[in-house]
Design a binder for this molecule. Structure first.
Ligand SMILES: [Cu+2]
Length: 132
């Protein structure tokens, strides 16, 4: 790499004032592409990871109604209805504020157990998280 960069510098020296400038100009797009690729990969991985632990709220229903996760998992609720909902644990382990459309609430389950929750605004909306 060093020798090829040197040769590159010799080649471009008569056109540019400094080698560093030439290398930066040549490598800039490559580094940028690599960074962009890494960012996209990380986002995809994150999306795949969170999708499995995401509960959607649609039409007054938590989906899935029951979710089993490992200790330490962060579960996310997303409200897709056009009216507010909330997420309230029956044993007060967690409680969200009212979630407007597309608002999300996340809670990390640090200990095992069964967590029955409901919507604080519509208590007939119920769900369950089993943490193992
Ligand atoms: Cu509700």
């Amino acid at each position: 790499m060093r020798s090829s960069v040197s040769r590159l510098c010799l080649a471009v020296a008569r056109f540019t004032p400094g080698c560093a400038t030439a290398v930066a100009m040549l490598l800039g797009p490559v580094v940028g592409a690599l960074l962009a690729f890494g960012t996209v990969s990380a986002q995809e991985a994150k999306a795949a990871n969170t999708d499995a632990n995401t509960i959607t709220i649609d039409n007054f229903t938590f989906t899935p109604p029951e979710l089993t996760v490992a200790v330490g998992t962060t579960v996310k609720w997303v409200n897709h209805d056009d009216i507010p909902h909330s997420v309230v644990d029956g044993n007060k382990a967690f409680r969200s504020k009212a979630l407007d459309t597309d608002d999300a609430y996340s809670f990390t389950f640090a200990s095992a157990g069964t967590f029955s929750y409901f919507c604080g605004l519509h208590p007939h909306m119920q769900g369950k998280i089993v943490v193992k």
